[in-house]
Design a protein around this ligand. Structure first.
Ligand code: ADP
Ligand code: ADP
Ligand code: ZN
Length: 224
């Protein structure tokens, strides 16, 4: 997995809920012109469509549990088939289990494709809870804000599309606590998984958003 096809940039952003994966991967999307793909966003879209599949997905998300691997893997692979992913992509929030990582590895190998790198953002649990409690999101374009650290230009409105901002339903204290626990149990083992493949780059997520972004760009520029 250390090689990759020339000209493509296939990245994974790993980290606990609230680490800043969405914020940073959106900035990378803009600078490097490759799509940010969030499995959470894909599933929230399905939920808001009102389908029974969406209802099934929501039964996990609302409790802060992971959606079963089969469902997530199939949604993700389907999304990666689109033309906009040909030059690369940034996965935000996938994989979240070793099973997902292994399936993805197989799927990449079948396509003769490679991962460029896995960027893991680290932040202490106490900070995560504070960030998520005051996170606000745009339901239309999925841009993420924070009441104090990443405010929109106009209070309560999305900078991109003017939509009134809302709070995600799983950003409630008891669900947040569950999501952080699920991260430690099921997702944190991926740090070792990718370290063993010499593909992991750790970034300190406690700094300011722009400082973290600069560090991420240094990493990416070495990959390209
Ligand atoms: P994730 O996608 O990892 O769950 P987000 O990117 O949605 O995380 O960030 C979680 C919350 O923390 C958001 O409200 C975001 O604006 C805010 N945030 C992101 N990065 C930082 C940072 N470096 N310092 C302070 N707040 C941040
Ligand atoms: P955050 O990074 O802030 O937790 P996400 O949008 O990535 O937000 O995820 C929200 C929820 O969607 C997760 O708590 C989980 O229920 C579900 N989810 C997202 N990605 C995955 C995944 N790869 N595997 C299983 N469940 C997922
Ligand atoms: Zn918006």
């Amino acid at each position: 997995m250390s090689e990759r096809s020339a000209g493509t940039l296939n990245l994974i952003f790993l980290g606990p809920p609230g680490a800043g994966k969405g914020t940073q991967s959106r900035m990378v999307e803009e600078k490097y012109s490759i799509p940010q793909i969030s499995t959470g966003d894909l599933m929230r879209k399905e939920i808001s469509s009102g389908s029974s599949f969406g209802e099934e997905i929501n039964s996990y998300i609302k409790l802060g549990q992971l959606v079963p691997d089969k469902i997530v893997i199939s949604m993700l692979l389907h999304r990666l088939d689109h033309d906009d992913c040909k030059k690369g992509y940034i996965l935000d929030g996938f994989p979240r289990t070793v099973e997902q990582a292994k399936s993805f590895e197989l799927a990449l190998a079948e396509n003769g494709s490679f991962l460029s790198g896995v960027i893991a953002i680290t932040v202490a649990d106490e900070v995560l809870a504070l960030r998520l409690g005051d996170r606000r999101v745009c339901k239309k374009c999925s841009t993420t804000y924070h009441l104090f650290h990443n405010k929109p230009k106009k209070d309560g409105l999305c900078d991109n599309c003017g939509t009134p901002l809302s709070r995600r339903r799983d950003d409630e204290p008891d669900v947040i606590a569950n999501r952080i626990e699920v991260y430690h149990q099921q997702t944190a083992p991926l740090i070792d998984f990718y370290q063993n493949r010499n593909n992991l780059y750790l970034v300190d997520g406690n700094k300011k958003i722009d400082v973290i972004f600069q560090q991420i760009c240094v990493i990416i520029d070495k990959l390209t």
